[in-house]
Design a protein around this ligand. Sequence first.
Ligand code: FES
Length: 355
Amino acid sequence: MNQFEWPDNQPATFICQRKWQETPNCVSVTLVAENQDLETTFDFIPGQFITLGIEVEGKTEYRAYSLSSMPNKNALQLTIKRVDGGKVSNYIVDSLQEGQTVSVLKPAGEFHIEQPHGERIVLLSAGCGITPVMSMAKTLLADKSDATDIHFIHAATELEQVIYHQELLEMEASHERFHFDVMLENAQGSEYLEGRLTQAALKQFCPDIAERSAFLCGPIGFMNAMQENLSELGMNMDNFYQESFTPAESEQPDVEIAEQADKAQAISNATVFVPAFGAQAEAKIGSALIDALEAAKVPVIAACRSGICGSCKCRVVKGEFTRTSTATLTEDEIDNGFVLACSCQVESDVEVALN
Ligand code: FES
């Protein structure tokens, strides 16, 4: 069996092998690497994501999506939900065809099952946030030497929107150490509880929840509420891990853009220079480096625009900057001026290299 060798910082070409409807508004796809035999396997840590590049309306757009499959299988699986204004997600749901090629950047992310956790964990998700925790659960259960007790709690709007419902029921039926609960906003036609995942509901589902390690993924509002609930229930927050890609698809509200424009008028400009491409752009002091790089048409990939995925990594060779995220960067890279362009603010004229 061959293990696929992920190129570093470069997209690899993959093919959409299979696509199917998972719920009325979300699809699953499997991806295999182009020109690889069908025995090729793909390594990653359950919970990690890939950055997917897809041509939409003539432009390659990049977005980060968590993997829902297990590592070392012959394909990667993603599950993608329709979202308001989600250009890439909606394209995948509506238009991506089996056989179509896409670009894939190697798996990354610190939200994964190899983070320290005890023998009991709770996997908490809402909507499409289920994907990374599904990968974690399946992988732990498939490992015969593992004894982790897993409580899987998922929140959805209604029964038909519960992603992987049948598979989760089967996992519960065949593993004593796997417990599965669902909370629905509208529980009509099901036996599940209706309402929100309050502290009382979490305790009712999982009485020892505060003593477990938690892995949480979902929309930002859900995650904030769950973090508060778990903290108030007495969980040791050193054992709490979370991830959200919500900002990747959200539109900035107009009012914020207007405020930024006002602010920009009042502050001075800097120059962002990228010698390797003979490219240069003006940037407002305090603005995100990624905006200037894109304005200068430098081929930098910005998948999440939230300092999570690491796809926009580049190096500030000269000049001053601040950083709001260093996720995925090593200590060595940080010391050597590497930044995430989406989470790097220009503070003077800067010179940038892509590696
Ligand atoms: S675009 Fe993902 S870290 Fe910058």
